[in-house]
Design a protein around this ligand. Structure first.
Ligand SMILES: O=C(O)CCC(=O)C(=O)O
Ligand SMILES: [Fe+2]
Length: 289
């Protein structure tokens, strides 16, 4: 695996710092230590950052590739709640699902990211998949079969933010490709809900401004952030300064063949593909979403 060529003609060793993140040898002691730390942090915090995975000399290319596709983002302003569920007037007034948040989505769908871009090569690479699976304590992780949602570039323009929410998908890996000058911090509340424990009061408290459960992760270009966004409420604070914030979001599932629902696909991307019409749900529990 180590010397193979990923999309775009670069070898994986030229892109990924394989001295710090050996992708070939599961018995490598450096790799074993990295995975042990990531597992401990994911268990305790629901998030971990693998620092400097992408070599410094490739980060300019990552940023430039993101800049080149950012204008292809589907942008839509929607009133949402943290669960992305439809309004439900039967819920009690203090339920967090009753709190409307304005969200400006701008995602570039996978089919609008050229096959030669570095993030396409990283998303599918068997060594990256194996590393991600090991950190999440899974036998394997599968790229989504969804032609749009598997790999996206999330664009947060100056002045915009990404309000508090839970993800539908359990396994998210993100890679900041363009850092804003200021703001745009990633905040999250580890384990604020769990299968069988929705914890609406705790979620509502955060929406009302409680800071006790809130942690901040400092993301830097080149780092891989691994995150359980289905159980941790999270947001991106307003981006300050003249530059947008770009993150590549690599979505995986523990099952093959996962495709988003037609309704959610239309909401995020403004269109659907025939692949979305016979869908497999990504939910693995009965939590709201
Ligand atoms: O851009 C980020 O860091 C997080 C984005 C996010 O939470 C999402 O796309 O669901
Ligand atoms: Fe999210």
């Amino acid at each position: 695996m180590g010397s193979d060529v990923i999309h775009g003609g670069a070898s994986i060793d030229a892109v990924v710092d394989t001295d710090r993140y050996p992708l070939d040898d599961p018995a490598d002691p450096v790799r074993i230590r990295t995975i042990a730390r990531a597992r401990a942090e994911l268990r305790a915090e629901g998030a971990t950052v693998l620092r400097d995975v992408v070599r410094p000399e490739l980060r300019g290319r990552l940023r430039a590739e993101g800049d080149s596709v950012a204008p292809r983002a589907h942008t839509a302003v929607a009133q949402v709640n943290v669960y992305n569920t439809d309004p439900d007037p039967t819920l009690p007034p203090d339920h967090p699902a009753r709190v409307a948040l304005t969200r400006r989505n701008a995602f570039v769908a996978r089919d609008r990211i050229p096959a030669g871009h570095l993030i396409q090569g990283l998303y599918d690479h068997p060594g990256i998949r194996a590393l991600v699976a090991a950190c999440f304590e899974l036998p394997d992780v599968h790229p989504l079969a969804d032609p749009y949602a598997g790999l996206t570039l999330n664009v947060v323009a100056p002045g915009d933010h990404h309000p508090w929410h839970f993800d539908t998908n359990e396994i998210a890996v993100s890679l900041l490709t363009r850092a804003p000058e200021a703001g745009g911090s990633f905040e999250y509340c580890p384990g604020i809900r769990a299968p069988g424990a929705e914890n609406p009061a705790g979620v509502r408290a955060v929406l009302d401004g409680a800071r006790g459960p809130v942690r901040t992760l400092e993301l830097r270009p080149g780092d891989l952030q691994l995150f359980r966004g289905r159980y941790a409420l999270h947001r991106v604070t307003p981006v300050e300064g003249p530059s947008a914030r770009h993150t590549a979001i690599l979505a995986y599932s523990d099952r093959p063949g996962v495709v988003g629902s037609p309704a959610r696909t239309r909401q995020l991307f403004g269109r659907v593909d025939p692949a979305h019409l016979g869908t497999t749900s990504v939910r693995s529990d009965t939590l709201l979403d």
